[in-house]
Ligand binder design. Structure first.
Ligand SMILES: [Zn+2]
Length: 228
């Protein structure tokens, strides 16, 4: 297919037709997510009690001591690589392929810095259905998928999503091999949460999806890495 020139954040970049399609799609997904959030908020006015107890639960959830070490290593690695400007380092890579190779190298450095098991990193688009990334484990093979559109359109979100998905990989590994020393309770919580995973498939599920332990855990982890 013919390459297409797009202007992203003031910079012209030549992308394949499929990536151009994905970028437009990504903008639509961002708008859709905002709509869903607004709808979910109004829906919850009627479910105030449930929302309250879910929020209390999320607020009282704390990361454990082993997380502090992992957060420190991610922070240092990100500081080393990007020197405070993620977007700039991605802008230095001109083509999508260069950005992909760079992102892969960064993610492997993050993986190696904490010694987590990840078998595949894939950059995809259509399969993610509105999410920025996903992590799956099948027959012991752990695969992280990230939205390839983020390579061009939102590198900061890409690195945040990568950190989020890598925390999911830590959770999965902890269940079978607790090398970082999480408490038995936390291991049980990870196991229970992964076995009862709720996908964000409908409006009613959004709150349930966000308030399940493995998501609260991964989100708090990313907030700590990025000092949010
Ligand atoms: Zn997640």
């Amino acid at each position: 297919m013919e390459p297409i020139t797009m202007t992203i954040a003031g910079v012209a970049i030549v992308v394949s037709a499929s990536v151009a399609w994905g970028i437009n799609k990504y903008q639509a997904i961002k708008r859709k997510n905002e709509e869903i959030l607004i709808a979910a908020i109004s829906l919850h006015v009627e479910k105030e009690a449930l929302q309250k107890s879910l929020s209390t639960y999320a607020e009282t959830y704390s990361l454990e001591e082993p997380d502090s070490e992992l957060i420190e290593r991610f922070k240092n690695k990100i500081k080393d690589i990007f020197r405070g400007n993620i977007e700039n380092e991605f802008l230095k890579r001109e083509t999508v392929e260069e950005k992909r190779l760079f992102a892969q190298q960064v993610i492997y450095e993050l993986i190696n810095s904490i010694g987590v098991k990840v078998d595949n990193i894939e950059f995809v688009h259509e399969e993610l259905k509105g999410a920025f990334g996903e992590t799956g484990s099948s027959n012991g093979i752990v695969t992280v998928r990230l939205d390839e559109v983020l390579l061009v359109d939102d590198p900061i979100q890409l690195i945040k999503t990568a950190c989020h998905e890598l925390k999911h990989c830590v959770q999965i590994q902890t269940i079978t091999n607790n090398v970082w020393g999480y408490s038995p309770q936390r291991v049980a919580e990870y196991l229970y949460s992964w076995q009862n995973y709720v996908s964000p498939t409908s409006l009613e599920c959004i709150e349930a999806y966000e308030k399940q332990i493995i998501e609260i855990d991964a989100n708090k982890f990313v907030d700590a890495v990025f000092d949010l």
